[in-house]
Design a protein around this ligand. Structure first.
Ligand code: SAH
Length: 357
């Protein structure tokens, strides 16, 4: 990370990261303006999609200049876009002010557009099948940067986004404060107004953070990347399992459901010969009994550097069948954007290796 931009963010507040109340406070305390100016700036950014203070035409010239010189807004830029010829999925590389890049994806569904956003630059979790793990962790994204991923994609498509999944690169629950700020601003009825019921956070199972999230009074959906029916197999593909056992994770998930009433999703990437036998399906059905949940089966997306192979279609259907016979709700994730490296971290990884050659 460029240290100068670190200093920059400390000195110059990021306008997009401020709630409406904080924006009003900033206007009064830092600029000697009436609080309603905060409403105006907030509306420009979150309702009208304008981040450049120079274009905020109902502010005085003096305030526009002051905002431009002492605050930051609109720091994320689209640097690359790939559009799937198969299904129209768009994958973006977003450039950050310190030279890092993150991936964001826009998927089209019958009910509306769904955005997948990154929460960190790189990832520390080290899941063995995931391309995001390869370069390691670089830094957390700010709420402002996550919001800009959404706003840049809305601008590109000229359409409102209907739902958002925090399932791009990074472990969102290890960037807790900024994640919550992002969710609260994104779902603000007086902002971009994406309903919390249409926001899903995916975690590899950071147990203490799941308990905290349950207390936040939010209505978001929680997805947990399980990928194994027992700790022995999980520890061979997900290092985080050394810290939190499956039984601890499931207990935290029950608590989340109790507190929020939101149904849980368990993601299960099927890897040939690792976690995809019918035996494993039975074990999975057993450990999830009693939980109101959906199991989302994902044929693993092969990553060049790894030797993992995707479970074949027939075996996926058999796995699903075993779960359903035991009364579990199961979906198979539609493969999207296969022709554009849409698996976690693949596009960024390619971009980074191009940059370093
Ligand atoms: N850290 C969070 C969110 C980011 S990963 C988490 O672990 O949930 C988003 C989802 O994609 C996770 O379920 C992750 O395990 C899965 N994933 C990553 N690489 C994959 C691949 N190559 N094939 C299939 N699923 C993958």
């Amino acid at each position: 990370m460029n240290p100068e931009s670190g200093n920059d963010s400390m000195i110059r507040p990021e306008l997009l990261s401020l709630t409406r109340a904080e924006m009003k406070e900033l206007m009064a305390e830092s600029f000697g303006e009436k609080a309603y100016r905060g409403d105006q700036v907030y509306d420009w950014i979150h309702k009208k999609g304008v981040t450049d203070p120079a274009l905020m035409s109902n502010l005085s010239k003096k305030l526009r200049e002051a905002l431009a010189s002492s605050c930051r807004a609109g720091t994320v830029m689209q640097v690359e876009k790939k559009v799937s010829a198969i299904d129209g999925t768009r994958k973006f590389l977003m450039g950050l002010s310190d030279g890092n890049v993150v991936e964001s994806v826009l998927m089209q569904y019958s009910y509306g557009d769904s955005a997948c956003v990154s929460s960190q630059v790189g990832c520390a979790m080290g899941c063995s099948f995931c391309a995001s793990a390869i370069g390691g962790f670089v830094r957390n994204l700010s709420a402002s940067e996550m919001l800009e991923e959404i706003y840049c994609m809305e601008k590109d498509s000229c359409r409102r986004i209907h739902s958002t999944v925090v399932m791009g690169t990074g472990e969102p629950l290890l960037n807790y404060e900024e994640l919550l700020r992002f969710i609260r601003i994104l779902s603000d009825p007086e902002g971009d107004c994406i309903s919390q019921r249409n926001i899903t956070v995916s975690t590899c199972g950071i147990v203490p953070a799941i308990y905290s999230l349950a207390e936040e009074g939010l209505q978001i959906n929680l997805a947990v990347s399980l990928h194994a029916p027992n700790d022995r197999i999980r520890s061979t593909i997900m290092p985080v399992s050394r810290k939190y056992s499956i039984s601890e994770i499931l207990k935290a998930c029950s608590y989340y459901f109790e507190k929020t009433g939101r149904r849980l999703t368990f993601e299960y990437s099927l890897i040939e010969g690792v976690n995809d036998s019918e035996e494993k399906a039975k074990e999975l059905a057993d450990i999830l009994s009693g939980l109101n949940c959906l199991i989302n089966l994902i044929p693993v997306n092969p990553v060049e550097e790894r030797s993992y192979r995707q479970t074949g279609r027939q075996a996926v259907l058999r796995f699903k069948n075993v779960l359903e016979k035991r009364g579990r709700n199961v979906t198979i994730r539609r493969e999207i954007g296969r022709d554009i490296d849409a698996a976690c971290g693949q596009l960024r990884k390619k971009y980074m290796s191009r940059e370093t050659v």
